[in-house]
Design a protein around this ligand. Structure first.
Ligand SMILES: Nc1ncnc2c1ncn2[C@@H]1O[C@H](COP(=O)(O)OP(=O)(O)O)[C@@H](O)[C@H]1O
Ligand SMILES: [Mg+2]
Length: 264
């Protein structure tokens, strides 16, 4: 079975491969035969109407829910093996920090869990302090979550996600709860982090401009059942600046994606 997957991949390094991946909840098909190659180091934005299976797809790749049919491999491993090897990390809409731990203590948590269980886990080349610096929180190491803004808490969650040196970052509407200005700023920061770390990113969002601004590709899903509607290449070079959003080309992508979304 794996031989077939490698053939199809054509020797390109791939972070994740889905082949006719299907997820069912009882007799409801949430994801229906999705096939996809995610290149290593890529940035994919994922858009689609509510309930089309965006979160389900990330949860499938991260081994949180089982596959009903088809195949999924992450860096050539089963999703379970990839989870155990800490190949990926998840960032949710809510930062889910432990309120009684400081920023740095929250960042260190995955390392402590690994150590306590006696598991040999990968460790980032950046120290926890350097990771907090990478996400723009230098000097706030000792702050408790309630002393930080929503955007800052999400930065801590990103630093924590990076501490086990994941090769794949799964982000499910991570900036959805932030105000627009903070979100725009976080978009720039995330692109910088992506370029500095080389991590592969799958980024779910409800926002068409956010999807275009961030992604090399925008994966549009359709609902009932969840399938790939179209993959749109976004041909803007990096680093990207906020003013990109004011260009005609950006508006064209935006119009195309809106039209796709309306017919999902
Ligand atoms: N644990 C579950 N049990 C039953 N149905 C679920 C479960 N998780 C998701 N679903 C259903 O699967 C579909 C896709 O959900 P989801 O992936 O959360 O959508 P999205 O993130 O695109 O809004 C929805 O119809 C949702 O109700
Ligand atoms: Mg969702």
């Amino acid at each position: 079975m794996n031989a077939t997957i490698k053939d199809v991949a054509g020797g390109k390094p791939l972070a994740a491969i889905l082949r006719n991946a299907t997820v069912r909840f009882a007799d409801f098909t949430a994801i229906d035969r999705i096939s996809l190659d995610i290149e290593e180091g890529a940035f994919y934005s994922i858009l689609g109407p509510s309930g089309c299976g965006k979160s389900t797809m990330l949860r499938l790749i991260s081994d949180l829910i089982p596959l009903a049919d088809g195949e999924v491999t992450v860096f050539g491993k089963s999703t379970e093996a990839a989870r155990l090897a800490r190949e990926f990390a998840f960032v949710f809409q809510e930062a889910t920090l432990l309120p009684w731990r400081t920023a740095i203590e929250n960042v260190c948590l995955p390392l402590e869990i690994g150590r306590n269980r006696g598991i040999d886990i990968p460790v980032s080349d950046w120290s926890p302090t350097e990771l907090l610096e990478l996400v723009g929180l230098k000097g706030r190491e000792k702050a408790l979550p309630h002393e930080l803004s929503g955007g800052m808490r999400q930065r801590v969650a990103i630093a924590r996600a990076l501490v086990c040196k994941p090769k794949l970052l799964l982000m499910d509407e991570p900036f959805g709860a932030l105000d627009e200005m903070t979100r725009d700023h976080m978009n720039l920061e995330l692109l910088r982090i992506w370029q500095e770390t080389g991590v592969t990113i799958l980024f779910v969002t409800h926002s068409i401009p956010e999807a275009i601004f961030l992604g090399q590709k925008v994966l549009m899903l359709k609902a009932n059942p969840g399938r790939v509607k179209e993959i749109v290449d976004i041909d803007f070079a990096y680093p990207r600046e906020t003013s990109l959003r004011d260009t005609l080309e950006f508006t064209r992508y935006s119009a195309h994606l809106r039209q796709l979304l309306e017919t999902c």
